[in-house]
Design a protein around this ligand. Structure first.
Ligand code: MLZ
Length: 253
């Protein structure tokens, strides 16, 4: 149970099933413990420039996820990563692998200031210890998702949020994540092994807030019964193909 939202009740109401745990690239038996704390520094791939590894600071924590800000960038490009993400490393990783720490895309200062900035930002900083970094879970062998199955998914437009969702489509290695109770503006396609999708119950297990479904478009059991009755009354409806229909006639809304 999460606030007022209960998956058990919701799945029954919807007559839906959860996607099996094995579909996901997530630890379910032993979900990762978040041992980071605020202000700790680590190395992270720059999400806007994946080939560079930068210094990042933990600016927030939620369940097994970290809100990160790249040192030298502004506060408009924060991003979230799981503590078992392969994008994260302890300070010193880059150097010990023959690489150089890079300024983030959009570095606030002159690039010539980078070496001094790097030195200062790490000097006396709270360094995240090795034990904070958890092993990445194994990748499922293939895409075993099926249309209609429920899951929990990061809302990529509000990436601090994890919300109830439904598999709306499956093509090859991709699944269509559709958010329950929202009209489609937040939906996206992703690979079956995306780290942004979780089995039903993952938020509860890792103590991460789960948003309740929106109030648009996923009819409750009661509403769908009413809609079926309405269907029986309207034997035929002609819709001009150029018209935009509301949720009643357009199943995509
Ligand atoms: N405040 C935003 C949040 C939407 C979250 C949707 N998640 C699927 C809005 O109302 O647009």
């Amino acid at each position: 149970l999460h606030g007022n939202f209960s998956w058990d009740k919701y799945l029954k109401e919807q007559g839906a099933v959860a996607a099996p745990d094995e579909c996901f690239k997530q630890w379910m038996d032993e979900p990762p413990v978040n041992e980071f704390s605020k202000d700790m520094k680590l190395e992270a791939c720059d999400p806007r420039n994946l080939t560079s590894i930068c210094v990042a600071t933990v600016v927030g924590l939620q369940g097994a996820r970290l809100r990160l800000r790249l040192d030298g960038s502004d506060n408009k490009n924060d991003f979230w990563r799981l503590v078992d993400s392969s994008d994260l490393h302890p300070i010193g990783y880059c150097e010990s692998h023959g690489g150089l720490l890079q300024p983030p895309l959009g570095f606030r200062m002159n690039p010539s200031c980078w070496p001094t900035f790097l030195h200062r930002t790490l000097n006396g900083a709270k360094i995240a210890p090795d034990r904070c970094f958890k092993e990445e879970p194994p990748t499922p062998r293939g895409n075993h998702f099926m249309v209609g199955q429920k899951l929990e998914a990061v809302d990529r437009k509000n990436s601090q949020l994890i919300c109830p969702a439904t598999v709306g489509g499956v093509i090859g290695d991709q699944i269509h994540v559709t958010f329950d109770g929202w009209r489609g503006a937040f939906d996206y396609w992703c690979r079956f092994d995306s780290r942004d999708i979780f089995p039903v119950g993952w938020c509860a297990l890792t103590n991460h807030p789960l948003q309740p479904p929106g109030n648009k478009g996923v009819p409750t059991y009661k509403a769908s019964k009413l809609m079926k009755e309405a269907d029986l009354m309207l034997t035929c409806v002609y819709v001009n193909t150029g018209c935009y229909c509301g949720g009643f006639l357009n199943p995509r809304k």
